[in-house]
Design a protein around this ligand. Sequence first.
Ligand SMILES: [Cu+2]
Length: 511
Amino acid sequence: MTKSINTDYFFDEAAYNTHDGGYVPLAEPKTPQQPLRIPPLLKPDKETATDTYYTVEAQAGETQLLPGKKTKTWGYNGSLLGQTVVFPKGKTMHIDLKNSLPELTTFHWHGLNVPGPYTDGGCHAPVYPGKTRHIDFKVDQPAATLWLHAHPCPSTAEQVWHGLAGLALVTDEEEAKLPFPRNYGVDDIPLVLQDRRFHEDNQWDYEADYDPDGVQGPTPMINGTINPYFDVSTQRIRLRILDGANRREWRLHFSDDLPFTQIASDGGILPSPVKFTHLMLTCAERAEIIVDFGDVTPGQTVTLYSDDVPIVRFRVHDFAADDVTLPSHLVDIPDPSVTPDMPVRKVVMSGMDEAVMMDGKKFEMQRIDARQKVGNVELWDVTNTNDMEGGMVHPFHMHGTQFLVISRNGHAPYANEHGFKDTVGVNPGETVRLKVWFDKPGVFMYHCHIIEHEDGGMMAQIEAFDPDHPQTYKLMDMDTLMKAVAEERGIDVKDLHLAGMSSYEKMGMKM
Ligand SMILES: [Cu+2]
């Protein structure tokens, strides 16, 4: 293990979202502490040695989040967020995606290496209310913490805000051999970090809170729990942390600067563990960390903060001593050579508010912006042209691949960016060089993961193609989508307003 402890957040301080005029600071909830909800593991409908069958149902419900009235929420196999789906590497999954919501939705497996665009579940794979879509795929990537969320552009942000986000854990034999805590719910704990604003009668109101730079709320919500505590019964715990917020960056640290060790990032285990006292996550990024309470006296509480606001309290109880030390090398990360004679691909994220664009254009569902041959290894230079003054860190996410971060403005990537990633925060004025390849064909989106920015058009799509097996895809179009949603809402299509549309209208552009 590297001896040094990283004590800073790496990202450009001047670009933190705290400096934005529309920033909503977090505030400690005044309501009583609650036990941290642990999303249950989703039970397969059927399981054999080689195949697993699941049903994932999107549904509307009510959740007791605050004392008093329940909050109207959406979730997967529950009223809020999801049940955790396990994908053992090498097995074939058969999943029924059932939509019991009053509106169309899609089921996007963020970080999962599957063909696009239908299995991937982006905007081209709508499931209409009352309908079920079936997908099958073989799990073909290393152990990782992935997630499932709705992706029906341009109302992805609103549906995620309603609660459509769950976890998907890829497991494999390599991970199983490493000395990590993996007793789910006991010492292996997911932490989905989100924030909400509660209006009258404890309800959420997306329209009222709308901000084209991302909707925020002052109340931290962790795994759908307000003001949570967790009872620690082991010396070490593993936290699988997901920034599941629409827009918020989380700057994490424990009380007394208790150090922790990051063992995995978005796409799986890091080549070496990295020690921290402070860690910043941008939207959709994941970090798995191990926290060692060996020096904490049972009876004490260790608090996890974002900036200066407590978000989870870990109440440490008696535990058996655990003197496991992590090996300095965890896994090998393949680093294929760049395919000869391929130019470096340039991608530009520009603008703020309604003016956000990708490569000077707004997203268009039926336009393919780029093509890359399956198996080709290419360099992508992703630039954020915002300036530090009034600009922000844009988290760049790609569907259909786990990439490697090569450099930031020509310098080494951050200490925890040496493993597979599918989302990378790009500072204002920065160019992040990625090494990108696709194993599976399909049309895949790439976009800023501030969800209102993607709905607002900071998004494009690439076809990963196999010249030996050319394919045509039926891509969703705006007229079909708007007609469907208007019908579901029982209104005329001319009266329909979806949040992301204002970003196009204000720029005088058509979706
Ligand atoms: Cu952005």
